[in-house]
Design a binder for this molecule. Structure first.
Ligand SMILES: [Fe+2]
Ligand SMILES: [Fe+2]
Length: 399
């Protein structure tokens, strides 16, 4: 590994990382002529109560996105990999072992700078790194300077950069997000998108279509977004016609493809995290995962606690035996939404006006025969759905 001479270390919970963090990182790189600055998200900060700190994986990913454009800035997962409480002295020891000839610069907030003596092994920290901070406000500078003198008298090195003050804090941003406020001025655009895509810091269980709109746009392209809205409109229309809950139809329609453009591995992880069991065909058919992961996302990440909505999303591709009216409406709407223009769409639309089951039978025959032609496995849920419907329609016994 290439040895760096001056390495900045900037730890914190970064919950989430925001522009004041990245400005500070860039300023220290420039002013101290650092060769490298490591942004190190904590696994579990001993200085803060951790109830509101989200998954370290998300914090790490946001740091990576925010730092992509800052030269000499790298994000390190050493504290997250170490797990447990993150003590600075352990991190410095680990970094010193990787870069034995380097000079370390420990960047911290003014309150941390003032309270260093309450940290684990402060003298060892002072012996390993130059202590760096910035004042929070105009009154801070004097207090920090006298603290700096005290540290110097104990053999430490310290740097106080009098940078332009910033009022941004992660707490403020989290509050803005949960209140549906605008926070785009305070975080990198990629971080904002990540927050929406992963539904971070948002109140679970609230049905909020403006917010869902942003979540959808962060997770999918324009075409899929239009499709989702069209499915919601069509599902509502069918729900009204056939007596299902119109509001639930809208909700399931909007969210049905929420993970369709998510990589398979991530879909699989969502399914696992949500504790959803797959049958043997589902396990080996990644194409079916988006519906299942989507249902898990709606239930566990967004917090939509409704079994019918869950099932409408879960089975919107495969179908299943004993589908509710809502499930059928969403299944059919996926075929008949306004933008659909495949051969047979008009027939499907006409059947949907006659009977949900006629339309289901038509749609299932179409997709099942396509799978069979391509010698792909057919989900037993689809077979059960097909059998149930054709028998019900009296077509199963025809020669
Ligand atoms: Fe879908
Ligand atoms: Fe769809």
């Amino acid at each position: 590994m290439k040895q760096s001479k001056k390495i900045g270390i900037f730890g914190g919970s970064f919950n989430p990382i925001h522009n004041a963090h990245t400005n500070l990182a860039a300023a220290f790189i420039k002013k101290l002529k650092l060769d490298k600055l490591l942004i190190i998200p904590t696994a579990d900060s001993p200085h803060k109560e951790t109830g509101s700190v989200i998954d370290s994986e998300h914090r790490l990913n946001m740091c990576r996105l925010a730092c992509e454009s800052i030269k000499k800035c790298e994000v390190s997962d050493i504290e997250i990999l170490r797990g447990g409480k993150s003590y600075t002295v352990d991190t410095l020891t680990e970094i010193k072992a990787i870069y034995p000839d380097s000079e370390l610069y420990l960047i911290m907030g003014a309150d941390m700078f003032m309270s260093l003596d309450s940290w684990r092994e402060p003298e060892k920290i002072m012996s390993m790194a130059v202590l760096c901070t910035v004042p929070r406000n105009d009154d801070d500078l004097g207090v920090l300077r006298s603290k700096e003198e005290e540290y110097k008298s104990r053999g430490a090195n310290a740097v106080i950069l009098d940078l332009k003050k910033s009022d941004i804090s992660s707490t403020m941003i989290r509050q803005l997000i949960s209140d549906d406020g605008v926070f785009s001025n305070y975080v990198d655009a990629k971080v904002e998108k990540y927050i929406y895509a992963n539904y971070l810091y948002m109140n679970k269980g609230t049905v909020n279509y403006d917010r869902f709109d942003k979540v959808l746009k962060a997770r999918m392209g324009e075409k899929r977004y239009i499709h989702s809205i069209n499915v919601a409109v069509e599902a509502q229309r069918l729900a009204k016609k056939y007596g299902a809950d119109v509001e639930k139809a809208k909700l399931a329609g909007v969210l049905h493809d929420i993970t369709k453009e998510t990589p398979s591995q991530e879909q699989y992880n969502i399914i696992n995290k949500c504790g959803i069991k797959l049958n043997f065909v589902e396990s080996s058919s990644p194409k079916l995962w988006h519906a299942i992961a989507g249902a898990g996302f709606a239930r566990d990440i967004i917090g939509i606690d409704d079994e019918d909505v869950f099932n409408a999303i879960r089975y919107h591709t495969s179908g299943r035996a004993n589908m509710s009216v809502l499930e059928k409406c969403v299944f059919i709407a996926d075929f008949t939404g306004a933008e659909r223009d495949y051969d047979g769409v008009n027939e499907m639309r006409a059947l949907a006006e006659k009977s949900l089951e006629e339309a289901m039978a038509f749609g299932l025959s179409f997709s099942l025969s396509d799978l069979a032609k391509r010698r792909l496995a057919i989900d037993p849920n689809s077979v059960a759905c097909y059998n149930e419907i054709v028998l019900l329609l009296g077509k199963g016994s025809k020669k």
